[in-house]
Structure formats: structure tokens, C-alpha cells
Design a protein around this ligand. Structure first.
Ligand SMILES: [Fe+2]
Ligand SMILES: [Fe+2]
Length: 275
């Protein structure tokens, strides 16, 4: 199966660039979009449906999908507009296409990357737009780092559960927005987000789930065949344990219509990998 892998297209901060169309599109079976397509996920669903009409699309919300809105509300509206179509909006859910199971979640983070989760949550709460621009509880309250942590733990439990299921010959592809591994600086295109104080809000270390045979007492976890992520605006492709891990994020830009540059210079609009 050929997967066309993209993330962080940030349509809201893009001028004069669009998804390749017609003959300019690569050969693919499934398009995977790992979040930060556009604020309001229902607009993301519409954008995708207008551009790819005849093949399945896996779409996971990024943090930016919830900017200026209520995170649950935009998710529900996206689900409603994707209902019955070829777009699958996944949050702690799976969809099977052929012999491949796609498990999707935004993921958020555990803030534990540098060891001091409390401090990392305070820093993120002070400095990140996520905790100023996203609402919860029917717009009544602000989304805060502890809400992100709760969501992370729920998604992590969901993913582990999927990894415990017998898969026989089938493959498992995990799609998240936040990164499932610490920065691998030899690979990252520009260090992604340079400010290490915020790193724990971008990444969690889930590498133990990529090693065969890890067991927390509730059954052995079989690592996914492939993990796809976004959020850090980098290009990444490496095998960790039993899992290939891939990111292909555009990031912001082009800023002007005549420019052909964007945040991540290594972004490949036509990146396809075979699973
Ligand atoms: Fe992004
Ligand atoms: Fe993001």
C-alpha cells in the first residue's frame, strides 16, 4: 500500500501554494495528514475532500485545528462532515483499509521529556498559544496543560491497547500529531522548535512501544509497523526498534505567493512510502 504522507500544511499561513493536483500528484493509495492542516477541523475535511476525491484520507487533528474554537466542537463538526465520505477523522480510533489498520490520535504530550513535567507544564501554560487560543467545555473554559496531559494519557492507553490486539498478517500504522520520540538532532532539519524549554510540549518518548516484547503486565505489545507524526515541522525517517517513524511537515509559508520556501526546507510535497 502506498501512503502519501503530509502534515503541518498550515493552509492559514500559506500563500500561493496548494496540494499537488491531477498529474502532479504522486501515485498513492491512501493520503495521511498528521494534523495542523487548518484551524477548525471541519474546514480541513472540506479542503481535503475538494482535492482528493477518489481515495481514502486519514486525518488527525493537530493543536492548530482547535485554535479559535472549542476542541470537542470542531472535532464533532469534522466527524459530521466526514461521515459517509472517504475522509476518516481519527481521535483514539482506528480504521482498516485493506490489511492495514490506521490508529489515529492527536496525542499531545506527557511533558516528561526533560524529567520535570510540572515545570514543563508551567512553561507551556505561560508561553504557548495552545493554552490561550483553545476552548473546552462548550467554550466555557480555557484548554490548559493538564487537559493536554489527560488527553495524552488516554491516547497512549488507546494506542497500547491497539498494539496488544492480534493482527495476524495485517499491519498497524499509528498516526499522531505530536511526536512519539525525542529529538534526533542528526536527522531533524533545523531542530524543529529550538527552544528546549518547550520541547516537552512537542514530544514524548514512546520508543518503548517500538521495541518488541515490551509488556506492562497486561499483555505483550507488538510495535506498530509505521508511526507518522507532525507538529515539530521537521523531516524524519528512521527505524526505531521494529517501527519505521516518518514525519514530513511543511510548516508555515510560503509567506508570499511568488515564494517557494517554507518552514521546513526538506518538506517533500509528494512523499510516498510503501507499507
Ligand atoms: Fe504545525
Ligand atoms: Fe502542531
Amino acid at each position: 500500500m502506498l501512503l502519501w504522507i503530509l502534515s503541518d500544511l498550515h493552509v492559514e499561513l500559506t500563500r500561493g501554494w496548494d496540494l499537488p493536483s491531477g498529474d502532479a500528484q504522486p501515485r498513492f493509495d491512501v493520503l495521511v495528514v498528521a494534523g495542523d492542516l487548518i484551524p477548525r477541523a471541519e474546514r480541513g475535511v472540506k479542503w481535503l475532500r475538494e482535492r482528493v476525491t477518489d481515495r481514502p484520507i486519514i486525518y488527525v487533528m493537530g493543536n492548530h485545528e482547535a485554535y479559535g474554537t472549542d476542541i470537542q466542537r470542531t472535532f464533532e463538526e469534522a466527524k459530521a462532515s466526514a461521515e459517509g465520505t472517504h475522509v476518516y477523522v481519527l481521535e483514539n480510533e482506528t480504521v482498516c483499509i485493506g490489511d492495514v489498520t490506521f490508529a489515529g490520535a492527536t496525542l499531545w504530550t506527557d511533558f516528561a521529556l526533560k524529567g520535570d513535567a510540572y515545570r514543563a507544564m508551567m512553561t507551556a501554560g505561560d508561553r504557548m498559544n495552545d493554552y490561550k487560543k483553545i476552548r473546552i467545555a462548550a467554550y466555557q473554559r480555557r484548554f490548559l496543560p493538564h487537559h493536554a496531559l489527560t488527553r495524552h494519557l488516554k491516547s497512549r492507553a488507546f494506542l497500547k491497547n491497539e498494539m496488544r490486539r492480534p493482527r495476524h498478517e495485517g499491519k498497524l500504522v499509528v498516526v499522531t500529531h505530536h511526536a512519539p520520540l525525542p529529538e534526533m538532532s542528526h536527522q531533524a532539519s533545523r531542530g524543529g522548535n529550538d527552544n528546549t524549554g518547550l520541547d516537552p510540549a512537542y514530544r514524548s518518548d514512546l520508543r518503548s512501544l517500538m521495541l518488541p516484547g515490551s509488556d506492562d503486565g497486561r499483555g505483550a505489545v507488538r510495535p506498530p509497523d509505521l508511526c507518522i507524526y507532525g507538529h515539530t515541522h521537521e523531516s524524519f525517517d528512521a527505524v526505531i526498534g521494529d517501527t519505521r517513524v516518518v514525519s514530513n511537515a511543511k510548516g508555515y509559508g510560503p509567506w508570499l505567493p511568488q515564494q517557494r520556501t517554507w518552514d521546513n526546507p526538506r518538506f517533500d510535497p509528494n512523499l510516498v512510502i510503501e507499507i
